[in-house]
Design a protein around this ligand. Structure first.
Ligand SMILES: C[S@@+](CC[C@H](N)C(=O)[O-])C[C@H]1O[C@@H](n2cnc3c(N)ncnc32)[C@H](O)[C@@H]1O
Length: 330
């Protein structure tokens, strides 16, 4: 089970005392994901989650001059990084990846040869305290990857019901004390103390949890749950997958790296449903030749980071990658 994020801070060999802390992102399953795309040198690709561009740069290194890479991210800091790549084959747009069809239309793309999604958040998002993702810093409770739209975690907590909050914490955080945590948060709010900072939230959560797993902060699961809720991460995933299907050229690849069992379940079921479209009851009144044909086929098994990769980057420990290929059926 994921605790969300994907990479570790970079270490610096220069004097740390005089250097501001700069978090970077260690790309997860870099070679595996780019191999999964089965890059054609002159092909067109979409990286839906640019982050700090680890996968994008590797994809570009495999493209010849006619190749194209379109990247998206919902985080403006990621877009800033993307804009430093000056390469005629590369375009980056500030978008939610559920808007992939708009990206395609505006760039006259009818079909693409591969789409990559490396879900979750990047290390800078967690490590920059003012973004409000982490209980390690006291900061305004924001948690939006895209700070230009949507409600912050503080705004959502101001109106949510205890029952809905309990469900969010249980489903997205797999927190066994979800009910108690939700009760404590709502009590704090209803006692006139609106929950507006990460520090305040972490304290309230800790007060409601009788027993913590060794080495884990009591707020870890609740923070993860709220992040997924605030950013509508599962809805975004469910919206992009059918669009990928219609955008992929025959033989085109979809590669998705998930960090949460719920995300992986959505991806796996989507691929399986598209692969097993002829899986109808034996007596279903349809001739074999008229059965719906698979539109995707799963390529290989789910891939997880090696022990060596996890040792270098503990944040990748919950990653699961799946690859699917578009078949010829409409
Ligand atoms: C795990 S990081 C990607 C890291 C990237 N592959 C790299 O190598 O640097 C995930 C990125 O996806 C972005 N993201 C997450 N959900 C998104 C969505 N629905 N639409 C667009 N970007 C999203 C986040 O803002 C974050 O920058």
């Amino acid at each position: 089970m994921s605790l969300g994020a994907t990479s570790a801070p970079a270490t610096a060999s220069v004097s740390l005392a005089t250097m501001p802390f700069v978090s970077t992102h260690i790309t997860v399953l870099l070679n595996e994901a780019v191999d999964g795309l089965n890059i054609k040198a002159g092909g067109t690709y979409i990286d839906g989650t640019f982050g700090r561009g680890g996968h994008s740069r590797k994809i570009l290194s495999k493209l010849e001059i006619a190749g194209r890479l379109f990247a998206m991210d919902r985080d403006l800091a990621a877009i800033e990084t993307g804009k430093t790549i000056t390469d005629a084959r590369f375009t980056i747009e500030h978008r939610h990846f559920s808007e992939i069809n708009q990206l395609a239309t505006q760039n006259n793309l009818t079909h693409v040869d591969g789409i990559l999604l490396d879900l979750g958040i990047s290390s800078p998002q967690i490590d920059e305290g003012e973004r409000g993702f982490s209980f390690r810093f006291d900061a305004p409770l924001d948690m939006r990857m895209d700070q230009t739209r949507g409600k912050t975690a503080a705004q959502l907590l101001a109106t949510i019901s205890e029952q809905q909050l309990g469900k969010v914490i249980k489903d997205y955080g797999e927190e066994r004390f979800a009910k108690q945590v939700a009760r404590a948060i709502i009590k704090e709010r209803d006692d006139g103390r609106a929950i507006t900072s990460t520090g305040q939230l972490a304290k309230v959560v800790a007060s409601a949890i009788p027993k913590v797993e060794p080495g884990q902060n009591p707020a870890t699961r609740t923070f993860q749950a709220l992040r997924i809720f605030v950013n509508q991460e599962l809805e975004e995933l469910s919206l992009i997958l059918p669009q990928c299907l219609s955008l992929l050229a025959v033989g085109g690849r979809l590669v998705v790296i998930s960090f949460h069992s719920l995300e992986d379940r959505i991806v796996k079921r989507f691929i399986q449903n598209e692969q097993n479209r002829d899986d109808l009851p034996a007596n279903f009144p349809i001739k074999a030749k008229d059965l719906p044909q698979p539109r995707l086929k799963m390529v290989g098994k789910a891939i997880k980071p090696s022990a060596a990769e996890i040792k270098l980057n503990v944040r990748c420990r919950s990653a699961v990658m799946r690859v699917a290929e578009r078949t010829a059926t409409a």
